[in-house]
Design a protein around this ligand. Structure first.
Ligand SMILES: [Zn+2]
Length: 167
């Protein structure tokens, strides 16, 4: 099951869909292999050497419109199921350069809240609250957007590389 790309019209429709919640642990268990595969995809040897790649991957990017993703949180990966962003702390914003596995080699400047309070279920259906800062918060918001069908190309400003300007 490969990652789908925004450059393909049919895949783009899936990426733009709003995804739906998991109903139960039983349903989630039927997706365990998908999450295993997603963890493999995030390993550095599988996606090249970009700085921000491999920080997260959402189920819609696997062609599945369900609300779940993997995100890098400090030094490990977390699975987030049916996530909610409870509040954007102080509404303070920060600009980030972001890339996306569904848009390889494209970079966008995106405005994000730098602190968020969130709650989600883990892979065992346990409820996990978290207070996320800076990059952890950025990655969570990027992946969360995928569940609402929002891509960085929808909300960000594209960074054009020098080599593209010369073509
Ligand atoms: Zn993405």
């Amino acid at each position: 099951m490969p990652v789908i790309f925004a450059s393909n019209d049919l895949d783009l429709q899936i990426l733009h869909n709003k995804s739906i919640n998991f109903e139960s642990l039983e349903e989630l268990n039927s997706y365990r292999d998908v999450f295993k595969e997603m963890k493999q995809i995030l390993k550095p040897k599988n996606y090249g050497s970009g700085n921000h790649n491999g920080l997260g991957l959402a189920l819609p990017q696997m062609g599945i419109n369900k609300r779940g993703f993997i995100f890098r949180c400090s030094d490990h990966y977390e699975v987030a199921i049916n996530p909610k962003i409870l509040n954007h702390g102080n509404n303070k914003k920060k600009f980030y350069d972001e890339s996306c596995l569904s848009m390889p080699d494209e970079w966008y400047v995106v405005e994000r809240s730098y602190a968020i309070n969130v709650v989600y279920r883990d892979i065992n259906w346990n409820i996990k609250p978290a207070y996320l800062l800076y990059r952890d918060a950025e990655v969570f918001q990027h992946e969360y957007d995928h569940l609402d069908g929002v891509l960085i190309s929808d909300i960000g400003v594209r960074l054009i590389e020098k080599k593209e300007l010369q073509n």
